[in-house]
Ligand binder design. Structure first.
Ligand code: GLA
Length: 409
């Protein structure tokens, strides 16, 4: 992947992140801990299509991106978690027997939540020293939260000698986010942070949790444009959308008793009972039902290398999120409009929870560089804000670092 930050720093051959992390770990916790320290990393993600469908038992198509949250960890002999965040430049101490309590709106909620949820699931945790370094832009809709949760969970499990199937770990991190961070998120972000596959997007059925890895053709680039408007999922709008969908399901169940979620509803059924809904609830449902269809159509388009079709579905998805689900914002709409007018762009849409964050753009590989420069300039002219642009290769999911079988760097 290239972006403004990595391009510049790569000119001066930076130290690998794992080395920076190790050095920081020694500085904070002393040399004696160094031999037993381990490193884990988990990626962020960009969702190609299928937004706000995961908590409706629907379909999504995310891919992991090569921005990671890294955690260095070593075991302690007492019952304390002591953790330093590079981003917040803050060191915190959490006693393992005092993890409970509601969200505190502090980064430690993630560590507290993951540790508490592991304990609630019956696992014995050891005390640990941790250093966390996040590369996933925060509040940009690229899933910094899930990558942090998965990275922390792997770190805590390793010092405690816990081994869990990856899917259990994914579910556990989602539960931690619900209870300890306060966002009633779906499973997409944690799933792809765990199961991401290099070179592929994942078509995930969020009901059965079966997935298919779909190769991303080498003549296409996924370009992520960060509007630099920070979104705040836990602020309530996200949970409100989820409640509106649940209201829609309850209303529909009196006419269609067999349904369990919006996943089970067709557009004709929705139209048939339209009069029974408050109009906002109807529009929320229409987004989810139509978006599920778009994901399945997009999977077919990707498999047959039909970038035009995939791109049209992305534009439709954006319009539906903007008009029916109402989770876009002026800056995201502008980025999509600017992209649509550029040569070599097949499609564009907002990605992630919304209310700011990023767009994802499907671009022909030989147009990616000029697209990056042009969109950046045009967005800056219109808003006064310089966007960050990331050309992303689909990355591998969470792993110990260095991966098994390779030497330590
Ligand atoms: C956030 C949530 C996901 C998903 C998206 C919207 O990223 O964490 O579970 O609902 O928003 O598609």
């Amino acid at each position: 992947m290239t972006n403004s930050r990595t391009t510049i720093s790569s000119l001066s051959t930076p130290q690998p992140t794992s080395e920076v992390l190790r050095a920081r770990f020694r500085e904070l916790f002393g040399d004696s801990q160094a031999p037993s320290e381990h490193i884990f990393r988990a990626p962020g993600r960009v969702n190609l299509i299928g937004e706000h469908t995961d908590y409706n038992d629907g379909f999504v198509m995310p891919m992991a991106i090569p921005f990671y949250t890294w955690t260095a960890v070593a075991k302690r002999d007492d019952q304390i978690l002591e953790s330093y965040s590079e981003h917040y430049e803050e060191r915190i101490r959490l006693p393992l027997d005092a993890l409970s309590g509601p969200p505190r709106r502090h980064w430690s909620d993630f560590l507290r939540g993951v540790a508490a949820t592991l304990r609630e699931a019956g696992h014995n945790l050891s005390g640990a020293n941790l250093v966390v370094r996040g590369e996933v832009p925060l509040g940009a809709g690229l899933s910094s939260s899930a990558s942090l949760e998965i990275s922390l969970a792997l770190a805590l499990m390793s010092v405690s000698g816990i081994s869990l199937p990856l899917l259990d770990l994914v579910k556990l991190c989602q539960a931690a986010e619900h209870k300890y961070v306060g966002t009633r998120c779906g499973i997409m972000d944690q799933f792809v942070a765990g199961f991401g596959k290099a070179g592929h997007a994942l078509l995930l059925d969020c009901r059965s949790l079966e997935y298919q890895a779909l190769p991303v053709p080498s003549n296409l680039r996924l370009v992520v444009c960060n509007s630099m408007v920070r979104h705040e999922l836990a602020s309530g709008e996200y949970n409100r959308r989820r409640e509106e969908c649940e209201t829609g399901v309850r209303l529909l169940q009196s006419f269609l008793p067999g349904i369990r979620a919006l996943r089970d509803v067709s557009l004709p059924d929705l139209e048939k009972y339209k009069q029974e809904f408050p109009s906002v609830v109807y529009r929320r449902c229409r987004h989810v039902v139509s978006e599920n269809q778009r994901v399945l159509a997009a999977a077919k388009a990707l498999q047959s290398q039909d970038a035009e079709r995939f791109g049209q579905l992305m534009y439709q998805s954006h319009a539906s999120l903007r008009d029916d689900y109402q989770v876009s914002c002026r800056e995201l709409d502008l980025l999509v409009d600017l992209a649509a007018a550029r040569p070599g762009v097949y499609g564009a849409r907002m990605t992630g929870g919304g209310f700011g964050g990023c767009t994802v753009n499907l671009v022909r590989f030989d147009s990616a560089t000029s697209f990056q420069a042009n969109i950046s300039q045009m967005y800056a002219e219109k808003t006064g804000v310089v966007p960050e642009i990331y050309v992303c290769e689909p990355a591998q999911g969470a792993e110990a670092w260095p991966p098994e079988g390779t030497a330590k760097t």
